[in-house]
Design a protein around this ligand. Structure first.
Ligand SMILES: Nc1nc2c(c(=O)[nH]1)N[C@H]1C(S)=C(S)[C@@H](COP(=O)(O)O)O[C@H]1N2
Ligand SMILES: [Mo]
Length: 516
């Protein structure tokens, strides 16, 4: 009697485990099939990416801060992994419920489908077909769940026997394998449908107003010093895009509208046919910590925003230009900063190549002196003349400052923080930036010694960072090195630290090194 009861218990446990596995495999099938369908409807219609994107947009700043502290720039991978784990748990429960009554399984998958569809159709620029991947994927999941539950239960014999176990396992693996193949194939085909080819075929205009020649004394000899020009490969990347927008250069349009006298619309060919300007400009992210690496200098080729705005004719009170990207992200730039004569550009090339897709292909904005979140719109499709009173852009809604001028900062690149240095003659070096004002002085202090002026390398002008170096006779022991800069107005970088939120980090970069 006891033995029999234990047997029944085992049977219940095994079928429960199988029901949960059936649930999880069905969910995997839903996602895999959805990725395949999304090859046709666009990668951002995939439920995983759509829900992930909606979560990114809805996450409060404090939570995002913790996530970035924990995962750094892997935060996107962390988010997708978390979403998949949550979904797996939900799917296991759906499997259990469906074993009791299949209608519960249908309801559970239906609930998932509703979430996916809601996210997909409300993403910016979603077309009516955005619901297809979720709907087709969910239908496949219902079929697979039904099939797997039957395989788990209707075996004729004792479900705990070996043949039944193997049979279920085979079916479940088949489902899971199918899901992985579909998902992988979907992602690969989506990537193929991207714009790399169109990018490779784009012919750039020759700069009519070329960038100044680099002075001979940029890139002073110091191992570990950041190069004056950052390569496209090494350039930092920051954006909210879970999948990089693939914008077809042939159908790309830039609309200039809102509070303007003459709204405009331009094709890429029309934009590139305008007078072209090439400039070195250093971009910086407002989230960059003191000593951080979310900063880079590149040579950009584009056209002046000012000329376009002068043609469109901003109306009185249009003090903010809201730029919108193909994926709906927005940033707000003071109209005055775009018209005050600085080299505010709409660019199509970076370091002599068409813009890399992850840096905004085909067109982005670059404005010297302003943090990226208020100026550097990638995959730009619209410039809407508005006002600061009327519109809060993406990060402003999350509490970041509406105005984002770049603060003066300096960074030690070499020696590395906590690194080991050999005793004797060595070089301390790094970069300093105060875009559009320019860096005039960099000073370095070792331990409690005096502040000593560093040698500044050349620069093409105030809109880029400057490299600096200073010789150092390293003596054995632990040493603290600090750096500070002054901008061309004479204002010295403040010593007290401030976090990046809400308008950029400040403070002196200080590192500790071991000499032995
Ligand atoms: N479309 C879009 N453009 C964007 C962003 C974004 O999230 N989406 N992020 C901005 C931010 S915060 C910064 S710092 C710069 C970074 O540009 P990069 O990735 O080319 O270095 O892009 C800006 N442009
Ligand atoms: Mo940023």
């Amino acid at each position: 009697m006891v033995g029999r009861r234990r047997g029944e218990q085992t049977v219940v446990v095994t079928t429960r485990v199988r029901a949960m596995a059936a649930g999880v495999v069905s969910a995997a099938v839903a996602l895999g099939v959805a990725e395949l369908v999304a090859v046709f409807t666009g990668p951002r219609t995939s439920p995983l990416i759509a829900v992930g994107g909606a979560v990114v947009d809805a996450t409060p700043e404090a939570v995002k801060h913790v996530a970035i502290q924990l995962f750094g720039t892997n935060d996107k991978v962390a988010l997708l992994t978390g979403t998949v784990l949550l979904l797996a748990a939900f799917a296991a429960v759906v499997g259990l419920l469906a074993r009791r009554d299949f209608r519960w399984g249908v309801a559970g998958i239906g609930l998932f489908a509703l979430l996916g569809v809601a996210a997909a159709v409300t993403r910016p620029n979603a077309g009516p077909l955005a619901l297809l991947p979720t709907v087709v994927g969910s239908a496949a999941a219902i079929a697979v769940l039904h099939w797997l539950l039957r395989a788990a239960e209707v075996t004729g014999a004792d479900p705990s026997d070996d043949a039944a176990r193997r049979r279920f396992l085979r079916f479940a693996l088949l489902g899971a394998g199918g899901a992985v193949v579909a998902g992988f194939l979907g992602r690969t085909l989506s990537a193929r449908r991207g714009v790399q080819e169109a990018r490779a075929q784009l012919t750039l205009p020759t700069p009519q107003n070329p960038a100044p020649a680099l002075p001979a004394n940029v890139d002073p000899p110091a191992a570990g010093l950041s190069p004056y020009v950052t390569s496209n490969e090494a350039f930092y990347r920051i954006d909210t895009a879970l999948v990089v927008p693939q914008v077809d250069p042939d159908s790309w349009r830039l609309r200039i509208h809102g509070r303007v006298a003459r709204p405009m619309e331009l094709t890429l060919q029309q934009l590139m046919a305008r007078p072209t300007v090439e400039r070195y400009v250093t971009l910086t992210c407002v989230s960059n910590e003191v000593g951080g690496d979310l900063v880079g200098n590149a040579r950009w080729l584009g056209v002046r925003v000012k000329d376009l705005l002068d043609e469109a004719g901003p109306l009185d009170g249009a003090d903010q230009v809201v730029s919108r990207s193909a994926d709906g992200w927005t940033c707000g730039t003071p109209t005055s900063a775009l018209r005050d004569g600085r080299d505010a550009l709409l660019v199509f090339a970076m370091n002599g190549e068409p813009l890399p897709v992850e840096h905004g292909f085909p067109v982005r904005m670059v404005v010297p002196g302003l943090y990226g979140y208020v100026s550097a719109c990638k995959w730009i499709t619209e410039m809407e003349l508005s006002s600061f009173a009327d519109f809060d852009a993406y990060w402003v809604r999350k509490g970041w400052a509406a105005q984002g001028p770049i603060k003066t900062e300096s960074r030690i690149d070499t020696p590395k923080a906590f690194g080991a240095v050999s005793p004797g003659d060595t070089v301390i070096g790094g970069v300093a930036w105060a875009q559009h004002r320019g860096v005039s002085v960099v000073e370095v202090r070792v331990d409690e010694g005096p502040w000593e002026p560093a040698t500044l390398a050349g620069t093409v002008g105030p809109d880029t960072w400057r490299q600096w170096t200073i010789p150092w006779k390293a003596t054995p022991g632990t040493h603290t090195i600090s750096v500070r800069a002054a901008d061309a107005t004479g204002a010295l970088q403040p010593e007290d630290r401030a976090d990046p939120f809400p308008d950029g980090a400040q403070g002196w970069h200080t590192i500790s090194v071991q000499v032995h």
